[in-house]
Design a protein around this ligand. Structure first.
Ligand SMILES: Cc1ncc(COP(=O)(O)O)c(C=O)c1O
Length: 386
């Protein structure tokens, strides 16, 4: 068997640190033991730390979408009116889930590639002040933007609405302060900034959101947040209502301990540096960024209108250089490619990716000055490292 050197530059699932992968190779304890529940306690404490909350969080055996669905079903009832800020494929998913469960969905449509405009949101909230919930996303992975959750929290916090945030690709990589920013419900996913394979979601709720648990009239069983919180809080050591993904939760504890050891501010600064370097390189190569402001430091979306064929770039990077980036989703399918710089990535991963991108562009006949992207990325990295 041939071993292939791979580099994962996708915005999730991300590369897993070898130390975390090694945890999965150990026989884990049974989940009803003190040993496992102590490990779960540590993992949940670290999760609260990266999410910026003093309040309990619960793990779910689900991908991120399962955590989103759990928020909709456990906190809302059919017929309730909610507002969804739709700025890409994932924020649109909130609307789809809410509609599937009979909520009346109002949309604040935002041009894909732009963040939510706070003035427009404020106007929408002034016109209609009884939304049961406002749903948004921290890092819209499909377009490469970051929303101003702090600003959104200032607008929604004083209203009776719950502010529900998809933090799936952002948390662990971008600043997020759930309590300080008045976020009522947040969803986290394992396979992005938290550097764990896919399969675990986690949800945090504010006291305001906790009051809704048990009142919501949607059908829910496996993903019941009421059951999950009860199990986490029933005893001194947390528990789960069903068999948890033991191995993934042990890996979560390992990766989160590594993030804590690096320091949260340092982790955010690393992502900011990698995002900045990638954007500088893309511009230096004469390519166009999809976003013009509110750039997410999780992923960079490159607009291929009038540029290289997005699908060919993705394929050639993978086939010729072993580098996984991804194309567009939804209405951006075929129109963009996206370079992830989230999780277990460093400066040299970005340099390698940009170097390979230059060679791919040249092969595809796109006019590039060899080294221009790498030089711009290096300059940005050196400036940020000081
Ligand atoms: C912002 C965001 N929300 C939701 C999801 C969906 O998560 P999952 O695919 O784990 O269900 C993703 C996954 O890419 C995401 O990036």
């Amino acid at each position: 068997m041939r071993f292939v050197k791979r580099r994962i530059m996708s915005p999730g699932p991300v590369e897993i640190p070898p130390e975390t992968l090694a945890v999965a190779a150990q026989p884990g304890p049974h989940h009803r033991t003190k040993e496992f529940r102590t490990a779960l306690k540590d993992a949940l404490a670290s999760l609260r730390f990266v999410t910026g909350t003093r309040h309990p969080m619960v793990p779910l055996a689900a991908s991120g979408t399962g955590g989103m669905e759990a928020c909709v079903t456990s906190l809302f009832s059919p017929g309730e009116e909610v507002l969804v800020t739709v700025c890409g494929n994932f924020s649109q998913r909130w609307a789809e889930i809410a509609e599937a469960y009979g909520l009346v969905v109002h949309r604040l449509e935002v041009e894909w590639g732009k963040p939510v405009d706070l003035k427009e949101l404020a106007a929408k909230l002034r016109r209609h002040d009884h939304y049961a919930g406002v749903f948004t996303v921290l890092s819209e992975t499909s377009t490469g933007i970051e929303n101003d959750i702090q600003g959104i929290g200032k607008l929604v916090g004083p209203t009776p609405s719950l502010l529900v945030v998809d933090g799936i690709s952002g948390i662990g990589a971008l600043p997020f302060k759930m309590d300080e920013w008045e976020v009522d419900a947040v969803v986290v996913g394992s396979q992005k900034g938290l550097m764990v394979p896919p399969g675990v979601a986690a949800v945090g709720l504010s006291p305001k959101a906790r009051e809704r648990l048990g009142q919501a009239k949607n059908p829910v069983f496996y993903l019941s947040l009421a059951r999950a919180f009860k199990a986490v809080e029933a005893d001194e050591l947390p528990d789960t209502p069903w068999t948890p993904p033991v191995s993934l939760l042990l890996q979560l504890r390992a990766s989160l301990a590594a993030l804590e050891a690096e320091g949260l501010e340092a982790v955010w600064a690393r992502h900011a540096r990698l995002g900045g370097a990638t954007r500088a390189a893309v511009r230096a190569l004469g390519l166009k960024l999809l976003a013009t402001k509110g750039f997410s430091n999780v992923v960079t979306a490159v607009d291929c209108e009038g540029g290289p064929d997005a699908g060919k770039v993705v394929k050639a990077l993978r086939d010729d250089w072993g580098i996984s980036i991804i194309g567009g989703q939804g209405k951006l399918k075929g129109k963009i490619f996206r370079i992830g710089h989230v999780g277990h990535v460093d400066d040299l991963d970005v340099i390698a990716c940009i170097g390979a991108l230059e060679m791919v562009l040249k092969k595809l006949g796109w006019p590039v000055t060899p080294g221009a992207g790498v030089a711009a990325a290096e300059a940005a990295i050196l400036a940020a490292r000081g």
